[in-house]
Design a protein around this ligand. Structure first.
Ligand code: AHR
Length: 319
């Protein structure tokens, strides 16, 4: 009798310990990792490719994915993260719409012992203990590459209009900063107007229409993503000008539609931003849930494309 009770007690204790070891989540319950992923939205071709990559990679890694689309609203992302905490997922991953305002909800995740991975975009917080790692591009470098091409391919006074990404978002802040850093070396290049197009094609078109009315002399469009650049192309054509010739266009992303416009001569240069983060994200998630050490920062490898390079790369472009 005493032996049976001891065995039962040991079993209860073991179960309790295993549950503690799995953090706030349920990985130890069924052996399967559950990830809550709070996506920004579906604002661009890049985002669509990123979502597909995350969903497909979760499937092939055997990770159960709870996915939400915040429609570019921070409050929706916060709600989604809170619901993942309530559901006791094993790991939360998200791509923050904007850089600031995350400390409270991430502290809640930390208290619930649910590890958080930042993917694609960073947050601006002094407390780096709120997340395990950040996987994504170096957006400042992307802005620098865009400007470097312009420095090397322009002569004389050059008026640039800038189509910024979502206000407050890491890629909008950093791509602007990187670009401005480099053009400082060539005072002939001036940004004469700069406004957000929210990373969308319609936003890019609308802002470009306004720029074409207010700016008499535009030489270059610097768009923080392909979609806004493609919207600007529509506006430029409607104004009777030739995109890529009368007005040069530089964008970031290198999604299929952007690469097609580049190969066709309507865009002049694209800096790549790689959306296929899924496989690396699932890898990091497994490690984090298993309590393994992961690097604080994982930078995505990227390249740039001229018109000729786009022609070569286009047939194999997957997104
Ligand atoms: O955060 C990555 C950026 O977000 C991409 O460059 C843009 O297309 C997207 O909307």
């Amino acid at each position: 009798m005493r032996k049976t009770m001891t065995t039962a007690l040991t079993a209860v204790l073991l179960t309790a310990l295993t549950a503690c070891g799995s953090g706030g989540g349920n990985a130890a319950d069924d052996g399967k990792i559950t990830m809550g992923f709070a996506q920004v939205g579906a604002e661009s071709g890049w985002r669509t490719a990123n979502t597909k990559s995350v969903q497909e990679s979760a499937k092939s890694a055997g990770i159960e994915l709870k996915f939400s689309d915040a429609q570019q609203k921070q409050e929706n992302q916060i709600k989604a993260i809170r619901s993942y905490i309530q559901q006791k997922v094993d790991v939360i991953a998200f791509s923050p719409v904007v850089e600031t305002g995350w400390d409270t909800v991430l502290l809640e995740a930390k208290r619930a012992k649910i590890p958080v991975i930042l993917t694609d975009r960073a947050i601006d917080s002094d407390d780096t203990s709120l997340y395990e790692t950040f996987l994504g591009s170096d957006f400042i470098d992307e802005g620098k590459k865009a400007a470097q091409w312009l420095v090397e391919n322009s002569s004389g006074p050059t008026n640039v209009v800038e189509l910024q990404g979502t206000t407050g978002a890491a890629p909008a802040i950093d791509r602007k900063e990187g670009f401005e850093d480099v053009i400082r070396s060539k005072p002939d290049i001036r940004i004469v107007a700069s406004q957000t197009g929210d990373f969308t094609r319609s936003g890019g078109k609308q802002v470009m229409e306004a720029f074409l009315k207010s700016q008499p002399d535009i030489d270059v469009v610097y768009a923080h993503n392909d979609d806004m650049g493609l919207g600007a192309i529509e506006a430029i054509k409607a104004a009777g000008k030739k995109p890529g010739v009368d007005i040069k266009i530089i964008t970031v992303d290198a999604v299929k539609d952007g690469m097609t416009a580049l190969a066709g001569g309507e865009i002049n240069f694209i800096v790549e931003c790689n959306p296929l983060l899924g496989p690396q994200l699932m890898d990091l998630a497994k490690k984090v849930v298993d309590g393994e050490e992961v690097p604080e920062r994982v930078v995505t490898e990227e390249t740039t494309f001229t018109q000729d390079q786009a022609k070569t790369a286009l047939p194999d472009r997957k997104y």
